[in-house]
Design a protein. Structure first.
Length: 455
């Protein structure tokens, strides 16, 4: 990893123990998280922002950031956003159907609509923006440039990152976020967006000089008396950088996982039909609204999402650097080495699902949502969202997004088939993406519920 020796790790227990040691004196440190000076000079920080949780290397400040940002991501807060999520999903599915209706022979790229949904969630739900039809394409293109720029050579090395399209897109997006923050500060909370909740979130903390020194707090001078709890709020830069982080985590990974789920179900139509039947029955019993109660009862839908994240996870998480020499599984890992904790290898070696021929990780043979319905067949080596103090803070929002979109898709589309009849044989995977994705965006042809009923 950038010229430093790397050890590859697998297994939930070993990886979790390593990740839990972050912030400990002899533990590990996330690559990219260290001093403010180094962060401001690095390419990854200029793309992600030095005030984001992922860049914070101090335990107290990191915990405080998670508490403050987390106030915007509680289950109750996300439940309130369900109508907006469902509306966004319906718009994308209806757009897909309109395109197919114009030419029944047209191959539809599913990834475009999955990404369109998560980007709509980004500007509507996360940022609370009110974009005009003309502004939406500009926002989407800027977001895509910024997301894809995260894996560029310049972002990794910091060499010339300010000249890349990804960095320029970051500046454009950041400007929109700052304008929205000032609007909220002038007019008060909007009551719906994640950004609004972050701007007005407050955290109680006991003023403590020793902790203040340890945190190396760079904000306003804190009083030295420990009389009463104080309220800590996120600075504007912290709000901006962490809102951008949520967009990155939510738009790219959720869209790819939904696209991969639909790909896997196209390869096994029986799974798709089972999901459609579950959603049709729930719609008959509870109506068209996707409430928290309905999503909680969507057991097969959840199994589809869980299985997709098992068979096509992000291959690895951000590397961790050993602060001191450590013994892991009887092996000595020297100080300064990096840990590459492999999510993919962990899932591959799961003893419950493991097959010697590797078929348990094959999209055709291994994709079996039913395994999540029985404790005896449920995987035990499973960690698609990480572990430890940096466990994905937006996990509930991401899961909710994916469930809402796939449920909406199943309720409005009776059937869809891959445009390439050869199936998995001709699939090509993009070399640079956070989660592996099919090169052409999974091209399909669809049949709507109305078309099926009138044919």
């Amino acid at each position: 990893f950038v010229g430093t020796p790397v050890v590859v790790m697998a297994g939930v227990k070993s990886i979790t123990e390593m990740l839990q040691s972050e912030f400990e004196p002899n533990g590990v440190l996330t690559a990219g998280a260290s001093s403010k000076k180094r962060l401001k000079e690095s390419g990854d920080a200029r793309m992600l922002g030095p005030e984001s949780m992922i860049a914070e290397g101090n335990k107290q400040r990191h915990n405080q950031l998670r508490r403050l940002v987390g106030k915007a991501l509680t289950p109750s807060a996300i439940a309130k956003s369900l109508p907006r999520l469902q509306n966004a999903a319906q718009e994308q599915v209806q757009g897909l159907l309109r395109q197919q209706t114009l030419d029944m022979n047209t191959a539809i790229p599913l990834e475009d609509y999955c990404t369109g949904f998560t980007l709509d969630v980004a500007w509507r739900q996360i940022l609370g923006l009110d974009l005009t039809p003309d502004e939406i394409p500009t926002f989407r293109n800027a977001n895509l440039d910024w997301v894809t720029g995260q894996t560029s050579f310049q972002a990794v090395t910091g060499l010339g990152v300010e000249y890349t399209n990804g960095y320029k897109a970051r500046i454009l997006l950041e400007d929109r976020v700052r304008k929205r923050i000032r609007h909220l500060e002038a007019n008060g909370p909007d009551g719906t967006s994640t950004l609004s909740a972050m701007v007005f979130a407050e955290d109680d903390f006991e003023d403590n000089k020793e902790e203040e020194d340890e945190m190396q707090y760079n904000g306003p001078t804190l009083p030295t008396t420990a009389a009463a709890p104080k309220k800590k709020k996120l600075t504007e830069n912290e709000v901006v950088d962490n809102a951008m982080l949520l967009i990155l985590a939510g738009s790219e990974t959720a869209a790819t996982t939904m696209t991969n789920a639909l790909l896997c179900m196209a390869l096994d139509p029986a799974i798709w039909k089972k999901l459609v039947e579950e959603q049709r029955q729930l719609e008959l019993s509870y109506g068209a609204d996707l409430s928290k109660e309905v999503l909680d009862k969507s057991k097969y839908l959840e199994a589809v999402v869980m299985e997709t994240m098992r068979i096509r996870p992000a291959p690895t998480g951000l590397p961790r650097r050993a602060v001191a020499t450590r013994i892991v599984d009887g092996k000595q890992i020297p100080k300064g080495w990096f840990y590459d904790w492999s999510i993919l290898l962990t899932h591959l070696l799961d003893p419950v699902t493991y097959q010697e021929d590797g078929s348990h990780m094959d999209l055709c043979k291994g994709f079996q949502p039913e395994r999540w319905e029985n404790p005896e067949t449920t995987p035990v080596e499973y960690m698609p969202l990480g572990a430890g103090p940096r466990f994905c803070l937006g996990a509930t929002l991401a899961m909710t997004e994916m469930k809402v979109f796939l449920a909406t898709f199943a309720r409005q589309i009776d059937d869809y088939v891959l445009a390439d009849a050869s199936g998995v044989d001709n699939l090509r995977w993009r070399p640079l993406s956070i989660i592996p994705k099919e090169e052409n965006g999974v091209l399909v042809r669809v049949v709507s519920r109305n078309q099926q009923s009138t044919s």
